[in-house]
Write a protein that binds this ligand. Sequence first.
Ligand code: UDX
Length: 452
Amino acid sequence: MEKQGLRCRRLVLVPCPLQGHINPMLQLGSILHSKGFSITVAHTQFNSPNTCNHPDFVFLPLLSDDSSSARNDSDDFVVFLSSLNLKYKASLQELFTRIVEEQERHEGLPCIIYDALMYSVEEVAHSLKLPSIILGTSSAISWLAYFAYPRLREEGYIPSQGSKSMGLVPGLHPLRFKDLPLYDCKNEDRILELTATLRNIGTSSAIVWNSIDCLEQSSLSQLQQQFRVPNFSIGPMQKMAPTSSSSLWEEDHSCITWLDKQTENSVIYVSFGSLATLDEKELAEIAWGLANCKQPFLWVLRSDSVHGSNSADSLSDDFKETVGERGCIVNWACQEQVLAHRAVGGFFTHCGWNSTIESISEGVPMICSPILHDQRVNSRYISHVWRVGIELENGLEREEIEKAIKRLMVEKEGEEFRQRAANLKLKAELCIQKDGSSYNSLNKLVELIMSV
Ligand code: UDX
């Protein structure tokens, strides 16, 4: 494809302002920029991306209807999303109108690519006759699990508390009821409403899934059957074009110097992503699991990880003395670099979808401790479908953590996990090479964008 010819076609990206959503959206932006498109990012001022890291993109801020920060509105995710979609609608309308007016005639209409969670974008784009494409940032299987809820309810399988929790979900094996994203959710009805909103893709022309055929072929085909527009699975995105960091926190690169001093595959990397919070007891259980396992560890402990206190201050002196130089604790790491480091032999993770894909792309086996929603689904697939990780079955408990780390890092069984992870890494690499599934999907996406 002639890059120069495309450069004038503008794509306007609208990410959802959360770390796990900004990363794949800006990665997709870098991939499409490498294909010759010009990239504009329409972003909220809340969790605004670091514009300096992306000099090739144009960043345009969206202004909210009221001055309160979107995040402080509510701890409830559904309320957060509906407020987000409502607050920025007028600004989106104004911004898209301005972009269309300023567009040179030869440039053609911009195409909008928006995060599925920013569902109000479709209506605004449609009102201005702008083509739009959706980006789904979570795993295909987690979308299927959400979409299966109305059926499961109609068939009387849910609510499914108590004894049924370990039972397999009809039509979603090997997921158990306890793995479903809404299991133990208090506002199921409102999440179902949200799911129905997300499922209604309106006039959008296509869906891009942040996934890889070699991981989720069957789930991706099922999604393609559910939506009448073309679906493209493109990943691992961070490997498909050079991308700069989109971190909302400052990355502490001193952990790489610390990793350089460790032996190959000896370090367990611990991170629970950008959203999860812990209570003091869970923090202590993780800390003592790490202290007692005797392996070196690199632990990302965001200062806001623990309710009501600065996380690092909550660690006891006894713990700090016990681990000494064996542990490195940072507020935020350069995760992709960490997972690619030869010293890292395992990832103790909350199974956020980005972390999952990044770990698989580097052949690093996992210990899974999902905290919310889609993470439970991902955890089940990591441990029981791709078999590249061990799931902690009883929550965060020090003896179980210690045992799991030893199984993965020291015992013979760990070698089998590592071998399967290495195989999966190779398969993922093939997907992005010429004629691989992601390579082909990307080319088809480019053709589609040029045609809409
Ligand atoms: C959440 C959900 O858990 C996830 O499944 C959904 O798809 C997006 O929202 P989050 O908790 O942020 O995501 O986890 P994850 O999806 O793993 O994304 C975290 C991102 O932050 C990853 O790309 C990771 O590389 C990055 N990260 C994390 C860092 O750069 N440094 C860190 O120290 C920790």
